[in-house]
Design a protein around this ligand. Structure first.
Ligand SMILES: [Zn+2]
Length: 417
């Protein structure tokens, strides 16, 4: 992540007309990246204000840090971790490269990153293209993009326009408002993309975005303190996710399903949304996890909550945008339809318990036996060929069938949509 991040710094310096890094350039320009971090919404005048701002963006600035400039000017002998040149180096600080893992008790201080002035300032300048989303408590999602220069410039321009539209200054801080309320890193990035696609649609720029995004890659870092997670989203995935969100389109459809993926266990919203985060970390990787959704649906039904709304539009949009990973839309529709009609038939009868019998079936044979048994009791004949044709993914098919049943038995007004 170090080099892609530094590339952002190089492009930022290029944008503000810096061709070569020197001590004079550092002295003259060091507040510029911070201004850009605030989207030029806050005039940054001195170090005290700058350090306060950086803290508000989740940079873990040491309490002893009084001066940003000193970090660049007070150098010692050493080796640059990037170019390997021996000479005067700057010690890494949270505001230079914020993603150095801080497992202080394990890592010897001598192994910390150090940089020559040029590389330190380039890394530091990368914050000019860094974006930050609060995700509850002190946790933040920080993300940035990488790509071939032309695509990067075009994409960054668009993205910053969007980000500005979403941001306001409130009590000397920049507050960025998203339509969804995420509590973890991956779901936060999905929320960002949702609003971004909405922005693009409003400007009739979705098609153009597909072309640019192909050459862009997103780097996400989330968490706080000692605990960090990271995700890389490739350009082809960004395109698929954009298609997915463009297909879903309606806010109530996106927000309804998103909000309903919560399993309320207590007051801790982060804990209540752990499964949802897992779902989105897989979606950012191109997978729609029906088995995980089945767990969420069941946990909600146990708590007398509704089955998440708009499950079907989500699943269909997924197949449309991603093409499916192990199944296609046709198989999905058949199994879901079968589950839904079974659910309708058993609803309110003593055969409802078959939902659990099917759920508990441990092997493929046992599952098929239960299905045939239920079919006999209902005196119907159903087409079970898709199960045999997709035997090695039978657990996924089982989850889809059960989700269909749950929708029929416990679904709200949007059932069967
Ligand atoms: Zn260097």
């Amino acid at each position: 992540m170090l080099l892609p991040y530094m590339r952002n710094g190089e492009l930022f310096l290029e944008r503000i007309g810096v061709k070569e890094v020197s001590e004079d350039v550092v002295k003259e320009k060091y507040l510029e990246p911070i201004k850009a971090l605030t989207l030029d919404l806050i005039p940054v005048e001195d170090d005290a204000q700058a350090l306060k701002l950086l803290k508000s963006y989740g940079f873990e600035v040491a309490v002893t840090s009084k001066s940003i400039l000193d970090a660049f000017l007070k150098r010692r002998k050493g080796v640059c971790s990037i170019c390997g040149r021996e000479g005067e180096v700057v010690e890494n600080r949270a505001f230079i490269y914020p993603f150095e893992r801080k497992i202080d008790s394990i890592v010897n201080e001598k192994n910390r990153l150090t940089f020559c002035l040029e590389h330190a300032f380039k890394l530091y300048s990368a914050m000019g293209y860094l974006y930050v989303v609060p995700i509850g408590g002190k946790d933040k999602l920080k993300f940035f993009f990488e790509g071939e220069s032309r695509a990067f410039r075009r994409f960054s321009y668009l993205f910053r326009e969007f980000w500005k539209e979403k941001s306001n200054v409130n009590r000397d801080r920049v507050v960025t408002k998203l339509s969804l309320k995420p509590y973890h890193g991956n779901e936060a990035f999905f929320s960002v993309l949702y609003d971004f696609v909405d922005f693009l649609r409003g400007r009739r720029m979705i098609q153009e975005a597909y072309d640019i995004e192909r050459s862009i890659r997103a780097y996400l870092v989330y968490g706080s303190g000692q605990f960090y997670g990271s995700t890389i989203v490739e350009g082809t995935r960004l395109v698929e996710l954009t298609k997915f969100l463009a297909t879903l389109a309606e806010k109530k459809v996106v927000k309804g399903f998103f909000d309903d993926l919560v399993i309320p266990r207590g007051k801790d919203k982060k804990k209540n949304t752990l499964e949802r985060e897992k779902f989105f970390s897989k979606l950012l990787d191109g997978k729609f996890d029906f088995i995980l959704l089945n767990q969420i649906f069941i946990e909600r039904v146990k708590r007398k909550l509704r089955v998440p709304r708009y499950y079907l539009p989500w699943a269909r949009a997924y197949f449309e945008a991603f093409g499916g990973d192990i199944l296609n839309l046709e198989v999905f529709e058949r199994i879901n339809g079968l589950g839904y009609s079974l659910g309708k038939k058993v609803k309110g009868t003593n055969l409802e318990k078959y939902f659990w019998e099917l759920f508990r079936a441990r092997g493929f044979e046992e599952f098929m036996n239960k299905l045939v048994e239920l079919q006999a009791k209902l005196e119907i004949s159903m087409d079970v060929r898709p199960f045999y044709e997709n035997e090695k993914n039978w657990k996924v098919l089982k989850a889809i069938l059960l989700n269909g049943m749950l929708n029929a038995i416990h679904g709200g007004e949007d059932e069967g949509n």
